[in-house]
Ligand binder design. Structure first.
Ligand code: FES
Length: 185
């Protein structure tokens, strides 16, 4: 009988299992068809939870970025070693505020101190001071900047040099602020 059943009407593994567990189904009912429903519900819950997590993360990240952007950078005043010995009409290199933030200090013919970022705002070549022309010049693509303001005089640079505020304190030239300037020229 079993042999003819297996020949004429093959029984699937699942049907075998259902038959074998019929007695247990009576005592511990388990609706297999509902299993997929639960899975769908769980999947939806997961999607909602994941979306919520991403949303909260994005809002938090935006809030932190906005807070950082709204904070003013604080610069620690730093004496520029040897600057007090600069003669009028000369310049020296220094760094401010970090060692990699290269800068140039000029003592103008009238004795004033001016300081700017040393990286040209075109493609970052180092600028140098031309005493003869009273300006900062970039040798890479012939850019020029004002000695008095750091603004672009000619050439391809799109914006002024970074401005570094300096002043004399107790006989020392002290840098105390660095400003990246936009396209206001
Ligand atoms: S890098 Fe200075 S003009 Fe191009």
């Amino acid at each position: 009988m079993a042999g003819s059943e297996s020949t004429n009407c093959p029984v699937s593994d699942e049907l075998d299992v259902r038959r074998a567990t019929d007695s247990y189904q009576a005592e511990f009912p388990y609706n297999r068809d509902a299993e997929s429903e639960v899975t769908r519900r769980e999947f939806c819950n997961f999607l909602v939870l994941a979306s919520g997590t991403f949303f909260v993360g994005a809002v938090g990240f935006s809030a932190v970025s906005a807070y950082d952007a709204s904070r003013e950078r604080v610069f620690t005043p730093a004496a520029i070693e040897g600057a007090e010995n600069l003669t009028p009409g000369s310049a020296m290199n220094f760094s401010y505020p970090r060692p990699e933030d290269t800068a140039i200090l000029i003592r103008t013919s009238s004795g004033d101190f001016r300081a700017y970022g040393q990286k040209c705002t075109h493609l970052s070549c180092p600028v140098y001071y031309s005493k003869e022309h009273k300006r900062l010049e970039c040798p890479c693509h012939e850019g020029g900047f004002s000695e008095a303001t750091g603004e672009v005089l000619y050439g391809p640079p799109p914006r002024p040099l970074d401005k570094i505020d300096v002043e004399l304190r107790g006989g020392k030239v002290v840098a105390f602020n660095r400003e990246v300037r936009g396209n206001e020229v």
